[in-house]
Design a protein around this ligand. Structure first.
Ligand SMILES: [Zn+2]
Length: 548
């Protein structure tokens, strides 16, 4: 009989969730090098236990594949969530509270040449008036201060920041952007839209030690059981060389996160092809192309089949897509011909229809070349389009924290009406319709990056405080098994990576987590009590709670 080469690690549990099935069962996993070499009963895995094998007995705790956040903005998020670089202004109640936070941050970070903050939201302030430079200039800080709002569309800055980039009373307003002024003609430190805000952000966000921020995020993610991500537009920050940093972290074995990234669909095809040649590894892969076709209903920018009920632009207004059908068809055909996967942001139901039409036309011309297509978000989707998505093999990348963050606000009743609101985020119908779902957060624009919070939201449709107890349209919720599968194997499928990643099976990459309990035996409302105890990335333990 041929001798079995011993495993490095063997995990045993009464609750093994492989993601190939929707329920856990007792079993073991053997890991050697970066791969899983056996999954099954103790008898089957026993031969892999050698004298040097680390045997981890997880008892009745759930062992499952590492979480895969299928839609996020990694570099931008890493900068904004780096507490040594960015002052967190989220949820502060007033302009003065933000100014106080900035003062404290500046004192604690005397070596930061620029003071950057993010997350303020003046409509929610006690006194909801747009801020200007006077409150920041009143601080005794001579360094430039630049503060992005929650949406990243608006910047509030001090006079030193305006001076640093040469904005003065004579600076022309860039087309599509806004630079506000005082009555005396001087710029007042309030700028909006990228054409204006990027004059500052291109400088501020050009962080020389971006790699340190990325590494910090990776360690935080590992602690939460995240081992892979779908990265939408790595160049969301203006730091040049993001790709070089990704390469270096992977080649020096510093990276503990698999990055499948998507570059711009409307970039020249030769650039996309060069990236694909450059990044086809298992830690950094150029996974396809991304485009943003519309906005969101809050700003009346989601492109809908039926008009908004209260749009300030008029009663027939239903939003507008970022490009027309002809342009989308042309880009989709070009991508398909070249074998690129494509993922497109569509929050309105009419944008989703446009994408489905474009995929259908591309297939008519060049046949099915095996490329993966996904609609990002799918907040609004016509029922008949779910059947078309299934037929064309179009996947959906969803963010289950969005419904629990959005449905309690009262905005959708007013802009879309009760009936359309009740069908928003129809995950149940997508799953029943056979759509492959990938789960994620859209980090950093999300309440929590923790996958356990996302799982709770998908299963209960209740807010984190448990309200409403019956959930928002819980008939659209997913089951726990479906949710865990979508957050692992489903995300890998959306990323075109499922042959190597996403489930516990022999021959797959060994990204594995152990939770602190078995969620299948818990009341769903208590799921957020769960934690990650151990995270294995690429066959190596990268996080252990008892060592943290
Ligand atoms: Zn996004």
């Amino acid at each position: 009989m041929e001798a079995v080469v011993p495993a490095d690690i063997v995990l045993k549990t009464t609750a093994l969730f492989t993601a190939e099935e929707l329920e856990p069962r007792a079993g073991c996993v053997a890991v050697r090098g970066s791969e899983i070499v056996a999954v099954g009963s103790p008898d089957k895995v026993q031969p892999f236990i050698g004298p040097d094998t680390e045997v981890i007995d997880a008892g009745n705790k759930l062992v499952m594949p590492g979480f895969n956040d299928s839609h996020m903005h990694f570099a931008l998020g890493s900068i904004q969530k780096d507490e040594d670089f960015c002052c967190d202004l989220m949820f502060l109640p007033s302009e003065q509270a933000c100014v106080d936070a900035v003062a404290k941050f500046a004192a604690e970070h005397p070596d930061n040449p620029w003071i950057y903050g993010q997350g303020w939201y003046s409509p929610a302030w006690e006194n909801p008036i747009d801020p200007d430079c006077r409150s920041l200039d009143a601080l005794d800080i001579d360094r430039p201060i630049v503060l992005s709002d929650f949406s990243m569309h608006v910047v509030w800055c001090n006079t030193a920041a305006l001076r640093a980039v040469g904005i003065d009373r004579n600076t022309p307003t860039p087309e599509g952007g806004l630079i506000r002024h005082f009555d005396n003609g001087e710029p007042n430190g309030f700028l909006s839209e990228p054409q204006a805000t990027n004059i500052l952000l291109d400088v501020v966000l050009n962080k020389p030690d971006l790699d340190a921020s990325l590494l910090k995020s990776m360690r935080k993610f590992n602690k939460l059981g995240i081992t892979s991500i779908g990265d939408m537009y790595p160049l969301g920050v203006t730091t040049p060389g993001v790709y070089d940093i990704y390469d270096r972290l992977a080649s020096e074995d510093l990276s503990t996160l698999r990055i499948s990234y998507y570059s711009a669909l409307d970039a020249p095809m030769s650039e996309s092809q060069a990236l694909r040649v450059r990044h086809h590894g298992e830690r950094v892969r150029m996974a396809g192309l991304k485009y943003i076709l519309d906005g969101c209903p809050e700003a009346y920018t989601a492109y809908m089949h039926e008009p908004y009920l209260n749009a300030p632009t008029g009663k027939d207004f239903r939003g507008e897509p970022a490009c027309n059908q002809e342009t989308l068809d042309r880009m989709m055909l070009e991508a398909s011909k070249n074998g690129f996967d494509v993922r497109i942001h569509a929050i309105g139901d009419a944008s989703a229809t446009m994408i489905i039409d474009a995929v259908e036309r591309a297939e008519e011309v060049c046949g099915n070349k095996g490329a993966r297509f996904a609609i990002e978000h799918t907040d609004n989707l016509k029922l008949e389009d779910i059947a078309r998505m299934k037929r064309l093999g179009i996947n959906a990348a969803i963010q289950p924290q969005h419904p629990i963050g959005g449905l309690g606000q009262g905005v959708y009743e007013e802009s879309l009406g009760e009936e359309r609101m009740s069908h928003m985020w129809r995950y149940r119908e997508e799953a029943d319709g056979g759509i492959h779902l990938g789960l994620g957060t859209d980090w950093p624009a999300v309440m929590s990056i923790d996958p356990i919070d996302t799982v709770y939201a998908a299963v209960t449709r209740s807010e984190f405080d448990g309200h409403p107890a019956e959930g928002y349209f819980r008939e659209n919720a997913l089951t726990l098994g479906e949710t865990l599968q979508a957050h692992t194997l489903g995300s890998a499928y959306v990323e075109g990576f499922e042959r190597r990643l996403g489930s516990l099976a022999a021959g797959k990459l060994a990204d594995i987590v152990i939770l602190s309990g078995n969620p299948f035996e818990m009341n769903p409302m208590a799921l957020r009590d769960l934690e990650v105890e151990t995270t294995i990335f690429n066959g190596r333990v990268v996080y252990r709670k008892d060592e943290a």
